[in-house]
Ligand binder design. Structure first.
Ligand SMILES: Cc1ncc(COP(=O)(O)O)c(C=O)c1O
Length: 396
């Protein structure tokens, strides 16, 4: 952050990635337009050579459309602001960003330790791509002790997600960062939950933060996008070269939608978090509810870590219900205001009935026979959402 920058992220988000004044008219649009282009036109060969020279020094300069122009650069700046990084690389989805981080930073013969609470499709990336390229993986709880007992001489990376997918298990990122540094390992964190606004892995010592912009940054369930953010110049160089080689590209319109979404990220996240806590209070009062998984909820085992490391929360929670599989299905089918769907971070409430096989790979899961529903609490009135949940519990 430059010394003259405003202190608050809320303010920075409104003043990052804005359009430059036209040197002739002295005017600029308030909202940067979507700059669609497949290639870049140069005034003369000196200008083209200067762009290549800057690129070879690691600066962001577009010489071809794949890298995008002002809209993409503005969004990269926003991701850097959010995550407290120096360079951001965009991908066409969150999973694409995870793939970029893994492919760029691991070599054949390397071993990666993966927290078992990571987003499920990471296992598919591992089984389908990483193994074929000679990278081996081991899964375990995301703690220093568990990682240390599985570390090998060729271990190169810790890959974690905090809070974890489905059950929102908080990991001790500062402890993991200290351990990774001591052992010469890279710590890569999926920060989609925090999206840079309520949780900042780079500031807590991680080397790489990966965000699915599809969720809270986009915020309106109308785009797919991912970003990899780093501070270290060596990591940025490696990511940049691989980003180029893999041909990763994001449509200007999706970058523009994500940029627009980022302006309202603070208020949307705060409102979703407030609504989620109201829903937690309601759920905690119900006899059908066995447990609530939401780190901002005081009874959650990760609450102390959440209070120490996060500056806020969001609308994600899971609820363990004292229902058999048939009653759990009746509950979900009876919901009227929650769409049945996988994503989250948008304006609307969503529900996913979690398959027990997806939970059994999480060491955090007590496997107590309860059905688990994951809820994204959106921007609806919490009173209406609670009324809907109440009637669905009754119907189940
Ligand atoms: C925690 C987490 N990381 C990454 C992703 C992948 O993002 P995308 O759907 O944009 O590929 C998701 C998607 O649900 C997610 O929940």
């Amino acid at each position: 952050m430059a010394e003259s920058d405003p202190a608050h992220l809320d303010t920075l988000l409104q003043h990052t990635g804005i359009a430059k004044f036209d040197p002739d008219t002295g005017a600029a649009p308030v909202a940067l337009p979507s700059m669609r282009t497949s290639t870049v036109r140069f005034r003369d060969l000196d200008a083209l050579d200067a762009a290549h020279a800057a690129r070879s020094k690691g600066e962001r300069r577009a010489t071809y459309g794949r890298a995008g122009m002002d809209t993409h650069a503005a969004l990269e700046d926003v991701f850097c602001r959010l995550e407290g990084g120096d360079r951001a690389f965009l991908a066409s989805s969150g999973l694409g960003a995870i793939t970029l981080a893994m492919m760029a930073l691991l070599d054949a013969g390397d071993h990666v330790l993966i927290a078992d609470c990571a987003y499920g499709p990471v296992r598919t990336l591992d089984a389908t791509v990483l193994r074929r390229f000679g990278v081996e993986s081991t899964y375990c709880r995301g703690t220093v002790q568990e990682f240390e007992s599985r570390r090998r001489p060729e271990t190169r990376m810790l890959y974690v997600e905090s809070p974890g997918s489905l059950l929102f298990e908080m990991l001790d990122l500062p402890a993991l960062a200290e351990y990774a540094r001591a052992q010469g390992l890279l710590l890569v964190v999926d920060n989609t939950w925090g999206s840079g606004y309520i949780y900042r892995p780079l500031a807590l010592g991680a080397d790489v933060s990966v965000v699915a912009g599809t969720k809270y940054v986009g915020g309106h369930s109308d785009l797919m996008l991912g970003a990899v953010v780093v501070r270290d110049a060596g990591l940025a160089k490696r990511l940049g070269e691989n980003h180029y080689a893999l041909g990763l590209s994001v449509s200007a319109d999706d970058a523009w939608l994500a940029l627009r979404g980022a302006r309202t990220l603070p208020i949307r996240m705060k409102e979703c978090a407030r609504n989620a806590l109201a829903v937690c209070e309601f759920l905690a009062s119900r006899a059908e509810v066995a447990r609530i998984y939401h780190p901002a909820w005081p009874a959650d085992p990760g609450h102390a870590l959440w209070k120490r490391d996060c500056t806020g929360s969001n609308g994600m929670l899971s609820v363990a219900l004292k229902f058999d599989a048939a009653a759990a299905r009746r509950f979900v089918n009876a919901l009227r205001l929650f769409g049945i769907g996988y994503s989250w971070g948008g304006f609307e409430s969503l529900v996913q009935l979690v398959d027990p096989s997806a939970l059994r790979v999480h060491g955090y899961w007590p496997d107590d026979g309860h059905a688990v529903a994951r809820l994204h609490i959106g921007l609806e009135s919490p009173d209406d959402l609670i009324a809907d949940l109440s009637q669905a519990l009754l119907a189940a």
